[in-house]
Design a protein around this ligand. Structure first.
Ligand SMILES: Cc1cc2nc3c(=O)[nH]c(=O)nc-3n(C[C@H](O)[C@H](O)[C@H](O)COP(=O)(O)OP(=O)(O)OC[C@H]3O[C@@H](n4cnc5c(N)ncnc54)[C@H](O)[C@@H]3O)c2cc1C
Length: 358
């Protein structure tokens, strides 16, 4: 069976859009598009990853990004969470602020490695009490450089177990309170998980192992998956085909990094173990100047987005690194900023930037 073709039925193939005319966005001159009532149902989903500000000085820039991405009415934004709960407070604060102070729909990342079951239960209760209804359940990575580190004896060891625990906590809350049970019907708990187009290099996992893990996460109650960064559409489409073959039916959203800054790509390679193709590094390295590099990176990213959407991807999740210009230029190039993916409603109109960012 051709599972890539099967995928196409999840989202109708879209016309390939030329990236040749993409003009970068001018920092600071992003004009709010006219508010439309609702995103068209036929638009692929659009979402962004943010991380909590590392210090108070980083907050204004993050909020500039939040306000800019609000304008394209994303389906959701996800907020990262440090392994071993390192960012527990700042992540929760940001998720709560997004819920209360913006029109965005936040998904709280949650990691379980090194944390006791009781502690995770408390953290989840805190999020639920704040009104958070969406989680990205992750294992997280054990700390590096600590050879005597051991998992918590009463911990949760895999993302699949964390999904199960989340479902259990929600079910106990519904049993304990009929009002909560009604609220849960109105706003059901939604749980996303991670998927790895090339296998998870951080755990030494092959793609086959990670497909098995994805199936376990689905069986535990996951609703959809978001992938790690990748650079060729075939890596994503191959993962989806393999996952479908194994019985994974949940949507798998491709995670896309705006490839405009070679230093950032190399840093991501170091952290994730996902190699940056030398052709992409050459493309960026041979640019005449920053602006040319930005344009080249956006064109490469638009081609990647077109490749995965043409192959049936349900949408795109953009890794922003808390910066919006490149992410929004990518969306604009792929004609995903408007209410539908059509040739007329999102022609790039932005002038030359003075300080391209990655
Ligand atoms: C979209 C995305 C967002 C992320 N956000 C964060 C974040 O906010 N904070 C953070 O610290 N990290 C984050 N990560 C990184 C992630 O925590 C690490 O990649 C971690 O190594 C694996 O997490 P997991 O949830 O996939 O773990 P798991 O699915 O538990 O997998 C861990 C290992 O166990 C194996 N495994 C687990 N269950 C099974 C099974 N049933 N059968 C076979 N093998 C199994 C897997 O193959 C894998 O090798 C993110 C990753 C992605 C893709």
């Amino acid at each position: 069976m051709n599972h890539v073709a099967d995928l196409a039925s999840e989202h109708p193939p879209v016309a390939r859009v030329s990236a040749a005319t993409v003009e970068p966005r001018t920092p600071g001159t992003h004009a709010a598009p006219e508010r439309r009532p609702l995103a068209s149902v036929d638009r692929p989903t659009v979402s962004f990853e943010l991380f909590p500000p590392r210090n108070p000085h980083a907050a204004p820039r993050l909020w500039e990004t939040i306000r800019a991405i609000e304008d394209v009415r994303p389906d959701f934004v996800s907020v990262t969470y440090g392994a071993s709960g390192k960012t527990r407070e700042t992540s929760r604060t940001l998720v709560t602020q997004l819920l209360r102070e913006t029109a965005l729909n936040p998904i709280a990342h949650l990691t379980c490695v090194g944390t006791s079951r009781a502690e995770i239960t408390t953290i989840v209760e805190e999020f639920l009490d704040e009104g958070v209804r969406s989680f990205l359940a992750l294992r997280g990575d054990p700390p590096v450089g600590q050879p005597d580190w051991r998992p918590h004896p009463d911990g949760v060891d895999t993302a699949g177990e964390l999904v199960e625990l989340l479902r259990e906590i929600e079910s106990q809350r519904c049993i304990a309170s009929p009002s909560q049970a009604v609220r849960a019907r109105v706003r059901p708990l939604s749980i996303a998980v991670a998927a790895f187009p090339r296998g998870n290099a951080a755990t030494g996992g092959t793609r086959a192992q990670d497909v098995a893990s994805l199936l376990a996460k689905q069986e535990a109650g996951a609703d959809f998956a978001i992938t790690q960064v990748f650079y060729e559409a075939d890596a994503y489409l191959g993962l989806v085909a393999e996952a479908r073959e194994a019985g994974v039916v949940i949507p798998i959203i491709p995670g896309i990094i705006p490839a405009t800054d070679p230093a950032r790509l190399l840093r991501v390679q170091e952290l994730s173990g996902v190699p940056v193709p030398s052709s992409l590094l050459d493309l960026l390295g041979n640019a005449d100047d920053d602006l040319d590099r930005h344009r080249r990176g956006i064109r490469a990213g638009v081609d990647l987005i077109n490749g995965v959407l043409d192959g049936g991807a349900p949408g795109v999740h953009l890794y922003t690194f808390n910066k919006h210009h490149a992410a929004l230029d990518l969306l604009e190039g792929a004609q995903l900023t408007g209410s539908s993916r059509s040739a007329t409603d999102s022609a790039p109109t932005h002038a030359t930037p003075t300080t391209p960012e990655g």
